[in-house]
Write a protein of this length. Structure first.
Length: 217
């Protein structure tokens, strides 16, 4: 993928590593670009959910127990477009097709193993957490709320709830890490995550690529 080609180009640049540095007993903060691949999911009675590929962003925090092991957490935000086909419950009724954009949030705890002690290393990781989906489709009549605005006075507005769900997720990832001068680093990874309870269990797997830029302290 293009995202990995950019990472490999940066890794190939000479003279920027700090080979004397050590990851052991350090904290890390990172920002990330995430590319999630498209996915087609099947549900009960032939219903279908097609989710488009999407670019998102995220951030992470981790603590290096030593030069090889770290524990941390990742948080990711995406807004993929989707098409859902809702199969009618009764014969003779028409199916409903919805095309919209959802909000997706991934929050996960993970452990990472760096295979090599040095500044350039492959790594593997595993984690678990939750994924929140908001369809942005209204699930009922609005609720009216009123409040006093400091400038506009007494205001009433309608508030809508939407179909949403929070699912347990777990998975693994593999990647490459390269440490730069000044305690900064670049990571490129490929991730495989499964959502428990989204569509048929054999289909509820999401694949994503991620580029991270971070700082150690």
């Amino acid at each position: 993928m293009r995202i990995f080609a950019i990472a490999m180009l940066l890794i190939a640049l000479p003279g920027i590593s700090n080979a004397q540095g050590s990851r052991s007993k350090t904290w890390e903060l990172s920002v990330a670009g995430v590319y999630q691949d498209s996915k087609s999911l099947s549900g009960d009675n032939g219903s279908i959910l097609d989710i488009d590929s999407e670019l998102g962003f995220g951030f992470g925090i981790a603590y290096n127990l030593n030069s090889k092991f770290s524990l941390g957490a990742d948080f990711e935000f995406l807004s993929p477009k989707y098409t859902a086909v809702l199969v009618a419950e009764n014969i003779g009724e028409n199916d409903i097709t919805i095309s919209h954009k959802m909000d997706q949030f991934n929050g996960r705890f993970k452990g990472t193993y760096n295979i090599i002690d040095g500044p350039f290393t492959p790594f593997v990781e595993a984690g678990l957490g939750w994924t929140y989906f908001d369809s942005n489709v209204v699930d009922g009549p609005p609720t009216t709320g009123c409040y006093w605005h400091p400038w506009w006075g007494y205001i009433c507005a309608n508030f809508y709830s939407t179909f949403d769900d929070t699912l347990f997720s777990y998975g693994v990832g593999v990647g490459l890490r390269y440490e730069l001068r000044g305690g900064t680093f670049i990571k490129a990874s490929y991730n495989h995550w499964e959502m428990d309870g989204l569509g048929n269990s054999e289909d509820a797997v999401f694949e994503a690529a991620k580029i991270e830029f971070g700082w150690s302290f």
